[in-house]
Write a protein that binds this ligand. Sequence first.
Ligand SMILES: Nc1nc2c(ncn2[C@@H]2O[C@H](COP(=O)(O)OP(=O)(O)OP(=O)(O)O)[C@@H](O)[C@H]2O)c(=O)[nH]1
Ligand SMILES: [Mg+2]
Length: 322
Amino acid sequence: MIKEELIQGIAAGDRRILSKAITLAESTIEQKRNLALEIITHFGPQDNTLRIGITGTPGAGKSTFIDAIGINLLQQDTNRKIAVLSVDPSSGITQGSILGDKTRMNKLSAHNRAYIRPTAAGTQLGGLAKNTRLAMLLCEAAGYNTILIESVGVGQGETEVAQLTDFFTLVLNPGGGDELQGIKRGIMEMADIIVINKADGDAEKQAKLTAKEYSMALHLFPSAGGFEGDIQKWIPKVITTSATENKGIDVYWEKVGEFDKLTVANLSKAKNRQIQKYYWARKSLQDLLFAKLGNYEAEIAKDLAEGKLPEVAARDILRNIE
Ligand SMILES: Nc1nc2c(ncn2[C@@H]2O[C@H](COP(=O)(O)OP(=O)(O)OP(=O)(O)O)[C@@H](O)[C@H]2O)c(=O)[nH]1
Ligand SMILES: [Mg+2]
């Protein structure tokens, strides 16, 4: 498919063509990837979008929560179009969770203003968030003004989701003491909101208690609230929800709305996106350089055989890298 067709299709919001473009962006073939980059460049930055990261322990209810908040938002606001992207390092082999996600998001996946796309299987862990970023930019180009990114918040690499989004949501379950140990402190510190999900039935009381505990823990972080220069910082919130019983969903959107209003007004949303661009530029440069290293094995061997200091060999090679 040629570039013009792809651009026209995306501009018209054609999901089939959007999916094709995302597949190009995920490709390891340089030409295909470059085509995706050209398409994204054509559309330029979309500043009036909302990017939300949703992370949490496996099975915390992230997908069910996304289905509930997604439908709620689409009903409230007919100008919204939602794209859900998932970053799931475990989906590589069986694609089991992809099928699982479709059933957990059955309301959203049937909605004509929603688009759901898992990150392609088989990609490396480090590349997942990078591919998700390009997928997000393509979705925004296709008119999806609200992006929800689901990722599992254990292991490494998922902190990168925070580098993709404006608002970072951490989904946990009632009775969190043990769970806290599985979640890195760093992730808690990044959260703009902690959602204690599954606050229903017998667990409702426990959920309120857990929320109180997390709330106290959050305020112990020196990074919470206050001012940075003359910019008033967001104070992270803790709420309880039931994604299955649709409780607390309105409160969630209220908090997101407050956050967006604050960060647009004090310009920190735009500033944050600028910082993120630097992050992705550096990371891409690092990856490109790293990919070239393999070409210099023979030169390293030759230099060392000639008795060069390893440090000198490295310096000389770097000077000649094109
Ligand atoms: N009682 C109760 N169960 C819930 C709630 N939200 C999700 N669940 C259940 O929890 C299980 C896991 O839900 P998912 O939405 O797949 O959780 P997830 O965090 O996306 O899971 P992974 O993507 O596999 O990490 C399912 O059986 C859901 O029905 C809730 O609010 N209350
Ligand atoms: Mg899920």
